[in-house]
Design a protein around this ligand. Sequence first.
Ligand code: PLP
Length: 405
Amino acid sequence: MINFQKSNKLDHVCYDIRGPILEHAKRLEEEGQTILKLNIGNPAPFGFNAPDELLVDVIRNLPTSQGYCDSKGLYSARKAIMQHYQSRGITNLDVEDIYIGNGVSELIVQSMQALLNSGDEILVPMPDYPLWTAAVSLSGGNAVHYVCDEEANWSPDLQDIKQKITPKTKGIVIINPNNPTGAVYSKEVLLEIAEIARQNNLIIFADEIYDKILYDDAVHHSIAALAPDLFVITMSGLSKTYRVAGFRQGWMALCGPKHHVKGYIEGLNMLASMRLCANVPLQHAIQGALGGYQSINEFIVPGGRLYDQCMLAWRLLNDIPGVSCTKPQGALYLFPKLDQKKFNIHNDQKLVLDFLLQEKVLLVQGSGFNWHKPDHVRIVALPHTGELQDAIARFAHFLSNYKQV
Ligand code: PLP
C-alpha cells in the first residue's frame, strides 16, 4: 500500500491559531469539559450580533441569488466598496479594481499565488497574522519578517525593513490596525513605509480588516490614500467590524497605477475565475454594511463592549506579576509579554498547552504569530467583562507557580 503524505508545498506552511493545541481543546470538550476558547477573533459566539439591516438585505435577495456571479463579485457590492474607499481618500480606483472573496483569507492566498515564483521574497511583519506567512510559503516564496518594536507601541522598525530588502523582494505586507498587537500606525510611519516601497519598487499589501475598530484617539490612515502614486492592494471585509465572520465576505481594492502590474492582474483574474465566484447571497450584505449608520462605533467608545473589554483585559494583564502588555489602539486582541527570567519559557506551545490543561482556557502562543521569542501569548478580548476577568484570573493563578524547566 502506498502511504499518502501531504504535499511538499505544505512543508513550511503553518497556521497555529487553529493548530494542534485546538485539537487538544476539542478532545477535552468531547470528554465533557468546558473550554473557554480565546484563540479566534470570531465575534458572533461572544454575543456580538450583526446589524439587522445586513440580515434583511441577505434574506430579501436570497431567492434571486441562486446563480454564480461575476468572478470579481456583484457589481452593486463592488460599487459600494469603491465609493467607500473614495470617501476615505482613495480616489484612483474603479469598480473593476474591486475583487470580492470568500473572506480576506481567500484573497490573501490568491494575492500571493498570483505573484510569487520560487524564492521570491515578501516582507511580512513580526509578529504577523500568520495566514500571510503561510500564504507566502504555500506560493513558493519566502516570508522575510521585519520586526515590529514592542518598545515603540509595536510600530514597524523602518531600519529593519530597509535592511531586509533584496533584489528578490516583491512586496511588503502591512497589517493596520494590527493583529495580534493592537497597534495602529501613525501617518508618519506609513509615509516612510510608502517611501521605502517607492524606492524599491515594492507592491504594498495593506490588510486593513480592523480599520474601524479603533480606541481612544487612534486614527486609521489607509496607506493607499497616503501614496496614490503606488500600487497598493487594500484588503478588508465584513468579518470583524460587522460581526459576520461566518458570512465569509472580504474584498481587495487594487489602488493606484496599474501599467506595471498588468501581468500580475492577469494572474489575479485567472485565480478569481478558477474559483468561479464568492458566495453570492452574502455579498448582498456589503452595500448595506458600508453605507449609513455604523453600529461598530457604539462598541469602541468607553462604555461600549469592545472598548471596555479590551481596556479591562489590558489593565488586568499588567497587574499579573511578570506580565506586561502594550495598550491596544485598535482590533480585538492583546499580546502580553511574559518575563523570561521569571518563567524561563523556552517552549511557548507547551506553555499554552499547560494552561489549557490546568485552567481550561485556550490561548495562542506568540510563535504562532511568527514572533521570534517564546515570550508572548495572544488573548482575544471578545468575552463579556465577567468572563474575561475570570479567564485572566485563571491565567494569573496558573502563572503564579509556573516555571519551565
Ligand atoms: N486579516 C487579519 C489581520 C485577520 O485578523 C483576519 C482574521 O482574523 C483575516 C485577515 C481573515 O479574515 P476573513 O474572515 O475576512 O477571512
